[in-house]
Design a protein around this ligand. Sequence first.
Ligand SMILES: Nc1ncnc2c1ncn2[C@@H]1O[C@H](COP(=O)(O)OP(=O)(O)OP(=O)(O)O)[C@@H](O)[C@H]1O
Length: 307
Amino acid sequence: MSPILSVRDLEKTYDGGFQALKSVSLDIRQGEVFALLGPNGAGKTTLISTICGLVTPTSGSIFVGGHDALKDYRAARQMIGLVPQEMPTAPFEMVGDTVAFSRGLFGLPPNRELVDSILKDLTLYEKRDNPIMALSGGMKRRLLVAKALAHEPQILFLDEPTAGVDVELRHDMWRIVGELKKKGVTIILTTHYIEEAEEMADRVGVINKGEIVLVEDKAELMRKLGRKLLTLNLAEPLSEVPAILSQYDLCLEDEGSSLVYTYDSQADRTGITSLLTDLSKAGVRFQDLQTDQSSLEDIFVDLVRQG
Ligand SMILES: Nc1ncnc2c1ncn2[C@@H]1O[C@H](COP(=O)(O)OP(=O)(O)OP(=O)(O)O)[C@@H](O)[C@H]1O
């Protein structure tokens, strides 16, 4: 299936000479939830803003649903909903009206039924005749989603949807994203929260200093994360791994005083029991042992540090 969004060799150098995007290429699959992770200043907002037509790229191409976003901006933008981090100020506007207005901005005919159903999905329907200023912080966040959905976009960008919100609202947002995905909406979100990417994403991309440094299925990442290290501190150092233990792919470390076994913690059989039996048969004794697991956070920190 061809990607719903395709970015090729995208570069952005701001006036003043700062290069915020360096040859970014990315394909987004229809119906997926893609989490874009990156530290402050990595280029997440620049990338999203460029795709949404708010920032002009220096070079490169963007295709949205087959439309060239640079040459056929309107058709491309029509397919996209953008949930910004903050509410533009229109405090006296009514909740229902502001969502209807967002739809009108795209030149679409009014559709009160649709607006009502969006408000209901986001549990804002009861507030439809209230001014925006009468909403709680969490409701305002949900309203931003409602406004972004008013023109029935196929792709929804969420820029840090849960930055600075409480746990309850964070889970609320995750539920909303899950429901939109079920309806077939493709979702791209930026986040600082690894937990958020783990919870929601089908795929994870990491951007650092304007470059995409990793794109991977979350399941694959989790599989990698499922690998654990068992380190045995030996009673006496070994010069080599005994032949009887060759099947375990052990590594001898710390000048022969530690044996390291890598295993899949999610497998039915980790092999630890038989390893310990075979160690005993080989006469290898150990004083202590420890297990370590790398997390998505470790992988992220490593990638960002290397960059
Ligand atoms: N209008 C601008 N003019 C010049 N430089 C800019 C402009 N907008 C952003 N930048 C720079 O581009 C880089 C990327 O910024 P961007 O906002 O895309 O990062 P981000 O990954 O979204 O960061 P954060 O997580 O802090 O929101 C930063 O160094 C920023 O200072």
